[in-house]
Design a protein around this ligand. Structure first.
Ligand code: HEC
Length: 116
């Protein structure tokens, strides 16, 4: 079989969307997306004090790493705790509204943290 020159092959590949999207999208679940948003939220709002990874030192030595928070709460307990953080603030953090979506994303992120 005659081989196609590479640019032609790439063009053919890009013009059939299946070629581009099939290998990627079936493996990205809604949960992955929520985790990713939760990570970004934590990075922006919590990482100033907490280690938002599973373990390791927090910037504020009194703030537990998120892995420790994961081990301390059930999913329901975690969401309740996040509501409390949102309503009354905690330990130098001002109260700030955490929307229901952000709360779910954060809880999903924390719940799925894995020991490295
Ligand atoms: C200004 C610093 C600061 C920021 C910002 C901060 N925290 Fe904390 N947080 C702390 C400290 C300090 C503790 C530990 C206090 C203790 O247990 O004595 C804590 C504890 C917690 C706990 C555990 C509470 C408990 O009693 O078990 C949760 C859950 C929590 N933080 C969530 C968050 C989330 C989610 C964010 C981001 C939206 C956040 N924190 C941002 C300082 C902070």
């Amino acid at each position: 079989m005659r081989r196609l020159p590479l640019p032609l092959l790439l063009a053919a590949c890009l013009s059939t969307s299946a070629c581009v999207s099939l290998p990627i999208y079936p493996f990205v679940t809604e949960e992955d997306t929520a985790r990713h948003r939760g990570y970004n939220y934590a990075q922006d709002n919590c990482a100033g004090c907490h280690q938002i990874g599973y373990q390791g030192a927090s910037k504020n030595p009194q703030a537990p790493a998120f892995g420790q928070i994961q081990r301390s709460y059930s999913r329901t307990g975690l969401e309740r705790e996040l509501d409390a953080v949102s309503e009354v603030g905690h330990f130098g953090m001002q109260p700030r509204p955490i929307s229901p979506t952000d709360r779910t994303d954060l809880a999903t992120y924390i719940e799925n943290l894995r020991r490295p």
